[in-house]
Design a binder for this molecule. Structure first.
Ligand SMILES: NC(=O)c1ccc[n+]([C@@H]2O[C@H](COP(=O)([O-])OP(=O)(O)OC[C@H]3O[C@@H](n4cnc5c(N)ncnc54)[C@H](OP(=O)(O)O)[C@@H]3O)[C@@H](O)[C@H]2O)c1
Length: 315
C-alpha cells in the first residue's frame, strides 16, 4: 500500500510516498481503508523533529493522526463494527506501526474509532476528527461552558477555531471570534456573534467567561480578560505557553488550562451528534492528493486560510 513517510526530520520535502506492507490488525483492532486524513499541527511538529520524545527517532516514520474511511476487517475482541462501516478516528501517536493516518490502510484499536456521521463525506469527516474533538474538550470538559456565557475564540479561522466557534454557539455561548477581517462573514455564518481582528484590545473585546486560545502566545495578556469566575484554555502549545500556564496556577480557577487531545470512541460519538444535529459542519479550505502531502504541510505552515487542509488518500 502507499503511505506518506519521512526518513529524516526536516522541512516538508522530507515527506515521501512509499510502498509499504499493509499492516495486519491484532486482537481488538480494526483494519480501515482510509479515504481521507487531514493536516494537524502535531504532524508538522513531528515531521520537523520537535516531538522526538513522542515520535521516537526510528525511520521510516509515518505521518497523520486523523482519518475517515471504511472498515475492511475486524479481529477477535472487536464488537460493534463490521466490514463496510464508515468510521472516523485517530491512530495513536505512539502506535507500534510505521504508518500514520496518511496511508491507504490503518489498523487501530476499536476504542479509537466511531461510526462517522451520516450525511457528510468522509473527506469532510476527516477534517473534523482532531480539530472537532479538541474544540469539544476545550469547551465542554476543560472550561465547562454554560449557556449564556461570553466566549472568546482566539485563532477562530483555524481548524480548531472554526469548530470551537460552532460548538460554542451550539452550547448557547455568546461568541466573539478573533481572526483576520476577511473571514468575518464566514465566521458570522458559523455562529460568531462578533468578529474582531487579531489585535483587538481589551477595551474593544470586553471580558469573557470562557477563553479558548488556539495560538499559544500572549496568554497572560488574554487571561486578564477573564471575568471573576472565568476559565481559559489554550491548545497551542509552545515553550512560552508552558511557562505562562505554569505561572498562571497562582490564579486558582482562573489559571490557564491545557490538555493533549486523545479522542476515544465516546468523544467521537458525541462529536458525531453535533454533526448530525446540524450544529457542526466541516470547514475545508483545500483537498490535496496523498502524493502532494508536502504541499499540504507547506500550506498549513503558511497559514492565512479558513478551515482545514484535507489529504485525499484514496484519490
Ligand atoms: N492540545 C491539543 O490536543 C491540540 C489539538 C489540536 C491542535 N493543537 C494545536 O493547536 C494549534 C491550533 O491548531 P489548528 O489546527 O487550529 O491550527 P490552524 O488551523 O493553523 O489555526 C491556527 C489559527 O490561529 C491564527 N493565528 C495565528 N496567530 C494569531 C494571532 N496572533 N492572533 C489570532 N489568531 C492567530 C491563524 O491565523 P493565520 O494563519 O491567518 O495567521 C489560524 O487561523 C496548533 O498549535 C496545534 O498544534 C493542539
Amino acid at each position: 500500500m502507499r503511505a506518506a513517510q519521512i526518513d529524516r526530520f526536516g522541512e516538508p520535502d522530507v515527506l515521501k510516498i512509499n510502498e509499504v506492507d499493509r499492516p495486519d490488525p491484532g486482537e481488538g483492532e480494526v483494519l480501515v481503508l482510509v479515504e481521507s486524513s487531514s493536516v494537524n499541527g502535531h504532524d508538522v511538529i513531528v515531521r520537523s523533529g520537535g516531538l522526538k520524545m513522542v515520535s521516537g527517532r526510528k525511520f521510516p516514520l509515518g505521518t497523520g493522526l486523523d482519518f475517515a474511511g471504511v472498515v475492511v476487517a475486524t479481529c477477535p475482541g472487536v464488537d460493534g463494527y463490521r466490514a463496510g462501516d464508515r468510521v472516523w478516528g485517530t491512530v495513536h501517536p505512539r502506535g507500534r506501526h510505521v504508518t500514520g493516518a496518511a496511508a491507504e490502510y490503518v489498523t487501530v484499536p476499536a476504542g479509537r474509532i466511531a461510526l462517522a456521521p451520516a450525511g457528510i463525506s468522509l473527506s469532510d469527516a476527516a477534517s473534523l476528527v482532531v480539530a472537532g474533538t479538541t474544540a469539544l474538550i476545550a469547551l465542554r470538559d476543560s472550561t465547562r461552558l454554560t449557556s449564556g456565557e461570553r466566549v472568546l475564540v482566539r485563532g477562530a479561522a483555524g481548524g480548531v477555531g472554526t469548530a470551537a466557534v460552532q460548538l460554542a454557539h451550539a452550547m448557547g455561548g455568546h461568541v466573539t471570534a478573533l481572526a483576520r477581517d476577511r473571514y468575518a462573514p464566514a465566521l458570522a455564518g458559523l455562529g460568531a456573534d462578533r468578529v474582531l481582528g487579531y489585535d483587538a484590545g481589551a477595551e474593544q473585546t470586553g471580558s469573557f467567561d470562557v477563553i479558548v486560545d488556539t495560538v499559544g502566545s500572549d496568554l497572560e495578556c488574554h487571561r486578564r480578560r477573564l471575568t471573576r469566575n472565568g476559565r481559559m484554555v489554550t491548545v497551542g502549545l509552545s515553550a512560552f505557553a508552558l511557562a505562562a500556564i505554569g505561572l498562571s496556577t497562582v490564579h486558582g480557577s482562573r489559571r490557564i488550562r491545557t490538555f493533549s487531545a486523545n479522542p476515544d470512541s465516546a468523544l467521537l460519538e458525541d462529536l458525531a451528534g453535533y454533526v448530525a444535529s446540524g450544529a457542526l459542519r466541516a470547514v475545508v479550505n483545500s483537498v490535496f492528493p496523498l502524493a502532494e502531502i508536502a504541499a499540504a504541510h507547506q500550506a498549513f505552515s503558511r497559514g492565512g486560510i479558513l478551515g482545514k487542509h484535507v489529504i485525499a488518500v484514496a484519490a
